[in-house]
Design a protein around this ligand. Structure first.
Ligand SMILES: [Zn+2]
Length: 313
């Protein structure tokens, strides 16, 4: 019986939960340890095609600034030899700081394969910091993802990991540090469809529209950054609306709850901003989302996709 195991390492949007400089009611409540408020680190997942996670090799999606703490909290990602890591490859959804910074925390001379689109690669190669991951030939092997094309994922030496990934463009925006410096491209922000013999997973954690084809997957992790278009504005925290930050809100006529209701998949919101009312255990918004059949990702959440006789369970 084939299986794909997915571990949510981080389920928060950029800034995390709580965010260091935020005093919104959610951040205050989680800092005070109020019941039902659970801290979250910045979004990342780990995937293995192995039935046994304690022997399987993993692909990470995104490298968050909290990557070392995320590894420490996840025994399946601990070394199994004096110099070893079960992490064999990393795939990036975009070049945002909250997805890239963790790479530089993995600089202790261990070979890794990195899968990115051409535009994200260009952004990385412009940084002198990338050299810290090139201390020897083959330490960081970068392989380019092409929109709509399936790639079989392999470690730095080229050994396959039993998983494939197909990227598709999600309407997004350039990382803040490239605005005015680089031209935007469809490759800047992608959704990732992972497949193995056990099933298929869609990771679409950031996108400006819910009008995307997410059909044919067993599990969909989707952008849960904001509940409302004017969430930050109405709280007086920012002048930016959700669309200015390229995130489709959960609620509203064009929101993901309304648009993705027909999806036949296990549906999970992730990349949740600390201001989002679904993080409050007793909120109306939490009840609405759960009543519609959605789950809310939390750090440490695990799911196993299994297929018996070719059928997804
Ligand atoms: Zn906050």
């Amino acid at each position: 019986m084939a299986a794909m195991r997915v571990i949510v390492l981080g389920s928060a949007a950029g800034g995390g939960f709580p965010q260091w400089n935020c005093g919104c009611s959610n951040c205050v409540a989680v800092r005070e340890g109020r019941p039902g408020f659970v801290p979250r680190t910045q979004d990342s997942i780990a995937i293995t095609a192995s039935a046994d996670p304690m022997t399987g090799r993993f692909v990470l999606v995104n490298a968050s600034p909290e990557i070392l703490a995320q590894i420490q909290k996840t025994p399946a990602l601990w070394p199994r030899a004096p110099r070893h890591s079960p992490i064999a490859a990393i795939v990036l959804t975009n070049g945002d700081m909250d997805h890239v910074l963790g790479l530089f925390s993995l600089r202790e001379s261990y070979p890794l394969a990195l899968y990115v689109t051409s535009s994200v690669r260009r952004g990385l190669e412009e940084s002198a910091f990338i050299r810290t991951l090139r201390r020897f030939e083959g330490q960081l092997v970068i392989r380019e993802l092409v929109l709509g094309e399936r790639s079989v994922l392999a470690d730095a030496a080229g050994e396959p990991l039993g998983l494939s990934v197909t990227p598709s463009a999600m309407s997004g925006k350039l990382p803040v540090h490239f605005v005015g410096h680089a031209k935007g491209a469809p490759e800047d922000n992608i959704a990732l469809s992972f497949e193995d013999d056990g099933g298929s997973l869609m990771y679409a954690a950031a996108g400006a529209s819910a009008d995307v084809d997410l059909s044919g997957h067993d599990v969909v992790l989707f952008d849960g950054t904001f509940y409302r278009e004017d969430e930050l504005v109405s709280l007086g925290l920012s002048k930016s609306y959700a669309r200015d930050m390229a995130h489709v809100p959960i609620g509203g006529e064009t929101g993901s709850l309304a648009r993705l209701g027909g999806l036949r998949a296990r549906r999970i919101y992730t990349h949740i901003n600390n201001t989002n009312p679904i993080l409050a255990p007793d909120s109306e918004e939490r009840r609405t989302v759960e009543a519609a059949g959605w789950e809310i990702a939390h750090d440490g959440m695990e799911m196993v996709l299994e297929r018996r006789n070719g059928e997804a369970s």
